[in-house]
Design a protein around this ligand. Structure first.
Ligand SMILES: C[S@@+](CC[C@H](N)C(=O)[O-])C[C@H]1O[C@@H](n2cnc3c(N)ncnc32)[C@H](O)[C@@H]1O
Length: 269
């Protein structure tokens, strides 16, 4: 099973290598270079002041959020499995004149590449479905955190993963309790650049809310906050509209009342 999971992870790395240049064109790089942050108001408030803190950013992709954290005064290390993503992260670092360290690695193969002692481990916005082992995920976070250090994630709500676009809203399509992975090769368009048709298939795992919190609890992290929201950080379903707050909402109807996103804050004990 492990070897099979590794094969899926390698396939997913190809997908993220394909998407890195697409996102370097379609993410708001111009805005970022002119001083805007890619972090939204919820994350900013939840994180509080991170000036001078040692931050580890897991699954950092092209480094936009990593460098936004750096701009707030943190000493940040970003990790990503995709070499192309890290290439673009380095490019963005150079262009922005900000400082951060990027390491190209599978989060499951970090041992020997990274020392512990972080004040904050930060991750989120499309990360959990790429992870083959949710129990080990909590242990990795715990390994790199100082005692009293904070873990923070903003992520798509696991409950929302059972839906597909349908009619004016959403319809139930997937099992909540089946971790998968599921293969997707019928992407119509990339989430950030709708004009781009994704070529590589993806293999995605579906972790329940219980899997996520229990992974952290089992790794000596005390959950301090778990919030649910009826909106999301990307356009996941047809019919969603971007609000003034920068998040994607359903205009009306009951589908606006299902949880689409969560944030979680935990502390290493
Ligand atoms: C949706 S992106 C991250 C989202 C990020 N917030 C953003 O939008 O820029 C998911 C990232 O996870 C990375 N990834 C997937 N599996 C990984 C693994 N096992 N170890 C490290 N990175 C991984 C991918 O390469 C990709 O860059």
């Amino acid at each position: 099973m492990d070897r099979e999971a590794d094969r899926y992870t390698l396939n997913n790395r190809e997908l993220w290598d394909e998407l890195a240049p697409v996102h370097f064109r379609s993410y708001d790089i111009k805005g970022f270079l002119s001083g805007h942050s890619s972090l939204d108001a919820i994350q900013m408030k939840d994180l509080g002041s991170i000036k001078g803190k040692k931050v580890l950013h897991l699954q950092c992709h092209i480094g936009l959020d990593t460098l936004s954290l750096a701009r707030l005064g943190a000493d940040v290390t970003g990790i990503d499995i995709s070499p192309r993503s890290i290439e673009f992260a380095e490019k963005l670092k150079k262009r922005s004149g900000l400082d951060a360290r990027f390491i190209c690695s599978d989060i499951y193969r970090l041992e020997g590449k990274l020392k512990a002692g972080y004040d904050i481990v930060y991750t989120g916005q499309g990360v959990l479905c790429w992870l083959k082992d949710i129990k080990e995920w909590g242990r990795i976070i715990s390994r790199y955190l100082e005692k009293g250090g904070m873990f923070y994630i903003m992520e798509g709500h696991p409950f929302s993963c059972i839906f597909e676009s349908g009619g004016k809203g959403i319809r139930v399509e997937y099992d909540y309790f089946k971790p998968g992975p599921l293969r997707f090769d019928d992407w119509d368009a990339d989430y950030s650049d709708p004009s781009y048709r994704v070529r590589s298939p993806s293999y995605e795992w579906q972790w329940t809310a219980g899997d996520i919190v229990n992974s952290l609890i089992g790794a000596d992290l005390r959950i301090e906050r778990f919030e649910e929201y009826p909106f999301l950080f990307f356009k996941r379903f047809k019919g969603m509209k971007k609000g003034k707050d920068g998040f994607w909402h359903f205009k009306s109807g009951t589908s606006g009342y299902v949880p689409l996103m969560f944030t979680l804050k935990a502390r290493k004990i």
